[in-house]
Design a protein around this ligand. Structure first.
Ligand code: PGI
Length: 457
């Protein structure tokens, strides 16, 4: 037997990311914190929605989740063990303002103060999301995002958070995925607040963007230097250019254009004309919405595959998409039934750098749900590891093509409350046993630790 030649691949690193590339992980308050009524937290629309029979798998709620509110020191230690540079988390608005307005709840502020200090102590950069879907219920009682005043309340909340954390938090993103808030929450109703009124969903989208713009103004005035927004974006694959353009408009351009170009796409305005007269857009709104930002957060999971089909009814999450069918993709699927198509990430990032040049990009979410099994204290999640590997290669290809990509934050650090799917879908690189709250880094976490260490694959 000839001596086995050993290759120390760790140092030959085939794919290197740029010096200073930011590696991290992401979570969201309602999905991990638990402590839903602790220390003065008020109800959010997800507390209400998850308690509404039939809305969330098996009636799961975020009451306990990963109990991160109490276990954050352990979770920060895990982030350190993985060598993460940054941690993206969201702030629970109803912890800070239980009624969505007025003076801040000091115990709510204290939690995020402690969390940021713990992160700093671990040398981990905090990346704050101000809104990740947990709107204070009292604001929803007044119309929620269909009410323009909610945008003003959001800017006040942003100012409160900056005044408390601005000395230690440099990177702020206003909204996570306004598309989901507007079209899953107010059009299709599959997310909180569960309204099925497509005619008001465009107003909700506009007021979310107005809230973004007013919050950017407030943050900038207070001295914030790195401000962004996170959008869930998807390239649209189709054999029919018209069908592709319709979905690209309703998913991507309806947010990219107002934020980065100061205008709504004309084709979307026209198609949505059957639902709304757009009179909710007031003079000056688009100037506020297109306030310059320093960073665009991109959440990518998979492309959308569509085709033209006469007579096809509109997809409820895309009001105005009559005549477009969603046949699904001929590709491996994750446990969510989402196709694994890493090339879509390269296509998306290159498109963004061409169509919306000048704004640095950061992947604020990318990851996959697979059904995990714990055996001998380990989780051999080869499907997730392979998904992540493929998408990091796709991100690297975009960088090679000239895209200004600053970082990658895996979704998610922990298994957590997966919205309407409850706890049955696991996206974490760290397994959570919800009976014991035991955390177990999966093989994907151990692999990711090496990627971070090597700054490459
Ligand atoms: O579904 C996985 C993650 C969520 O856990 C995050 O909170 C959320 O930011 C997020 N966005 C997306 C893509 C848009 C989407 C969300 C939920 C359901 C269907 C599509 C996937 N994810």
């Amino acid at each position: 037997m000839s001596a086995q030649k050993s290759y120390n691949l760790q140092d030959s690193g085939v794919l290197r990311f740029p010096e200073g590339f930011v590696w991290g992980a992401a979570t969201a308050a309602y999905q991990i914190e638990g402590a839903a009524r602790d220390d003065g937290r008020g109800p959010s629309i997800w507390d209400t929605f998850s308690r509404t029979p039939g809305k969330v798998h098996a009636g799961h709620t975020g009451d306990v989740a990963c109990d991160h509110y109490h276990r954050y020191p352990e979770d920060v230690r895990i982030m350190g063990d993985l060598g993460l540079h940054a941690y993206r988390f969201s702030i629970s608005w109803p912890r800070i303002q239980p009624d969505g307005a007025g003076p801040a709840n000091p115990r709510g502020l204290d939690f995020y103060d402690r969390l940021v200090d713990e992160l700093q102590g671990g040398g981990i950069t905090p990346i704050v999301t101000l809104y990740h879907w947990d709107l204070p219920q009292t604001l929803e009682d007044r119309g929620g995002w269909t009410n323009r005043e909610t945008a003003e309340r959001f800017a006040e909340y942003a100012a409160i958070m900056y005044s408390r954390l601005g000395d230690r938090v440099e990177t702020w993103t206003t909204l996570n995925e306004p598309w989901c808030s507007a079209f899953l929450g107010y059009a299709s109703g599959i997310h909180a607040p569960g309204r099925t009124e497509p005619e008001v969903s465009f107003a909700a989208a506009h007021h979310l963007l107005l809230g973004h713009g007013l919050a950017v103004q407030a943050l900038r005035a207070a001295g914030a230097s790195q401000i962004g927004i996170t959008l869930n974006l998807a390239p649209v694959l189709s054999d029919d250019a018209e069908a592709a353009s319709i979905v690209d408009g309703l998913q991507n351009r309806i947010f990219l254009d107002p934020v980065l170009r100061g205008e709504y796409p004309a084709d979307v305005v026209e198609r949505a004309g059957r639902f709304t007269d757009w009179s909710f857009v007031k003079d000056g709104d688009l100037e506020i919405i297109s306030q310059p930002i320093d960073l665009l957060g991109v959440n990518y999971y998979n492309p959308q595959t569509v085709t033209g089909r006469a007579g096809e009814p509109a997809n409820p999450v895309y009001p105005g998409s009559e005549g477009v069918a969603f046949p699904g993709a001929d590709a491996p699927k994750t446990a969510m039934g989402w196709p694994v198509q890493p090339f879509g990430l390269t296509d998306l990032l290159v498109r963004l750098s061409h169509d919306y040049p000048g704004t640095p990009l950061i992947i604020t979410e990318n990851g996959a749900a697979f059904d995990d099994v714990v055996e001998d204290g380990q989780v051999h999640d080869v499907g997730r590891l392979s998904y992540l590997d493929g998408h990091l290669r796709a991100a690297h290809a975009a960088i090679e093509a000239g895209v200004d990509l600053r970082g990658y934050l895996v979704w998610s650090l922990l298994d957590n409350f997966e919205w309407a799917e409850g706890y049955r879908k696991r996206f974490g690189v760290v397994h959570v046993d919800y009976n014991t709250q035991r955390r177990t880094p999966k093989d994907s976490a151990l692999w990711y630790r090496e990627v971070v260490r090597r700054n490459g694959l």
